[in-house]
Design a protein around this ligand. Structure first.
Ligand SMILES: [Zn+2]
Length: 161
């Protein structure tokens, strides 16, 4: 398996969700005085590339540390859709007709090209995301996880993060 890091680099200049704090990195220890470098991090759990655990929206949902980490490294099905609109169940079914059925337990990654807008004002407000029909379709298939190169799996026009 070829491992591909899909994460954005977190820096003090990375854009954050409207209303979320900008990340800060505070030098705490250094090699010269302490024998080691160490910094404090102040950032939202939604800074840059992140995972939404069920607890994000479900009162008694699992928190991220309660999910087996083996689920976070896997083979993946890449679906390329150059769009800034809702990704629908029909889009996924068209992909399956061309490339084969998405099986239960699959990891599905959507590549929309949206990350090119990272520094633009529209990044958090006009981003592509899953429609309810697509989300339900993948949930019924019991996929392992769904990823997207967008700030949220929800459409930018949806206020949820
Ligand atoms: Zn999120």
């Amino acid at each position: 398996m070829r491992i591909i890091d899909l994460t954005l680099t977190i820096s003090e200049s990375i854009p954050t969700f409207p209303g979320a704090p900008k990340p800060s990195f505070i030098d705490w220890n250094n090699l010269k005085d302490d024998g080691y470098n160490l910094e404090l991090l102040f950032l939202s759990s939604h800074t840059g590339t992140h995972m939404d655990a069920p607890f994000h929206f479900v009162k008694k949902g699992k928190k991220i540390h309660e999910i087996n980490p083996s689920r976070f490294v896997s083979e993946a099905i890449l679906i390329k859709l150059r769009t800034n609109k809702a990704i629908t169940k029909t889009d996924i079914q068209k992909f399956e007709k061309r490339r084969g059925k998405i099986e239960s337990g699959s990891t599905v990654i959507f590549s929309t090209g949206w990350q090119k807008n990272l520094k633009k004002d529209i990044y958090f407000t006009k981003n592509p995301g899953l429609s309810t029909s697509a989300a339900n379709y993948l949930a019924l298939k019991k996929v392992n996880l769904v990823g997207i190169d967008s700030p949220s799996i929800d459409l930018g026009s949806n206020s949820e993060q």
